[in-house]
Design a protein. Structure first.
Ligand code: NDP
Length: 330
């Protein structure tokens, strides 16, 4: 069985050359668990930090031994628990490998129906849950709100904007890097506008798009963008602090946000950790699966074909060059 590993401990931003493919023994099926043949493995920004031992106290994988971490979906091929062979499941700790063992408490049975199983790593997976939690449980988007989201072409940002729309937001504005991403956000995700921050004059363009004031901001990238969003915020606006993708590999903490601005705007800031919402998957799916099935929630996929293509694809994610949900198709 093939498995993706680190060659050696990672020093800076993970690059393709940091990874190797090795042959590993076929996993044993644990008592009370399953062996899953993975069809898709997710690549997420937190994994970059985890590879350096910088994520939620989780250790970095042992070089040349442990699989690169990642959520995954696939089919049960061996079972020593109540989950039937042939069932589709989602695993939190799948990893870059063809076969993954797991205890039954570590997997969730999914029913793809007419959907690709990869959707359960994207709009109906952890990124979708993150977006749903931010927009419905924390910022509580309501009818008429104006909403801003950055990294809007990605799975979290794209879902956040589309869920805000389904909550009744009157205007949904995105920020993204480059013309291809901005077009995806406008034309496929259906945002009212998407500002490409790599163009001259983008801050003026953003000010124009937000001229009626901003009610909810969903931050994925940096405190600089959060500060800018706050300057456009209506009194008592709400911001969700979901990620700092531009700063995960900095050696110093991200620059702060001016306190005076938060007071002046009477703003509420909600820190978001998706782990707190894992017990609300059913409520999330009840809201979002119909949106996916009717085409009201769409996320593009940036899929690497096979484990051999995973290192390059991971480097693209680490440098923000992915267009949509980054994953590996096995
Ligand atoms: P994305 O596919 O959106 O990838 C991250 C995006 O961040 C990039 O595509 C890029 O978009 C932007 N970016 C800006 N600067 C950088 C940089 N220096 N390096 C890399 N990327 C950069 O990822 P996801 O949709 O999976 O995640 C979006 C955010 O949500 C991340 O910050 C992630 O960590 C966070 N998250 C937080 C969770 C929580 O529990 N709080 C759970 C899940 C995700 P662009 O070019 O448009 O700027």
């Amino acid at each position: 069985m093939q498995q993706g590993v680190l060659r050696a401990p990672v020093q800076g931003v993970p690059q393709a050359r940091d990874f190797a493919l090795i042959d590993a023994p076929r996993p044993q099926c644990p008592e009370g668990g399953v062996v899953v043949r993975l069809s898709h493995v997710s690549m997420d920004p937190y994994v970059g930090a985890r590879l350096r031992g910088r994520h939620m106290g989780e250790a970095a994988p042992e070089p040349m031994t442990q699989a690169i971490p990642g959520h995954g979906v696939g089919v049960v091929i061996e079972s020593r628990c109540a989950i039937a062979e042939g069932a589709y499941v989602h695993l939190m700790e799948a990893g870059w490998r063809e076969l993954a063992p797991a205890l039954d408490a570590e997997v969730r049975v999914i029913e793809p129906g007419g959907l690709s199983p990869s959707v359960f790593l994207s709009s109906l997976g952890m990124p979708g849950l993150t977006a749903w939690a931010g927009m419905t449980q924390l910022a509580r988007v309501r009818k008429g709100d104006c909403v801003l989201v950055d990294a809007a072409a990605g799975a979290v940002g794209g879902a956040a904007g589309q869920i805000a729309r389904a909550q009744g937001a009157a205007r949904v504005i995105g920020i993204a890097g480059g013309p291809q991403k901005a077009a995806l956000v406008r034309d496929t995700y259906g945002f009212d506008a998407c500002i490409d921050y790599r163009t001259d004059g983008w801050k003026d363009e953003l000010a124009g798009a937000l001229s009626g004031g901003l009610d909810v901001h969903f931050e994925n990238v940096s405190s600089e963008i959060l500060t800018l969003a706050l300057t456009h915020m209506n009194p008592y606006g709400r911001a969700v602090l979901c990620g700092l993708a531009a700063h995960y590999h900095d050696d110093q903490s991200a620059p702060g946000v001016p306190f005076g601005l938060i007071i002046g705007k009477r703003a509420s800031l909600h820190g978001l950790v998706v782990y707190d919402f894992y017990d609300r998957w059913d409520a999330f799916l009840a809201k979002c699966r119909p949106l996916v099935e009717t085409g009201a929630l769409v996320i593009a996929e940036d899929a690497a074909d096979g484990l051999a293509a995973a290192p390059e694809a991971f480097e693209r994610l680490m440098t923000g060059r992915n267009l949509g949900k980054a994953l590996v198709k096995l």
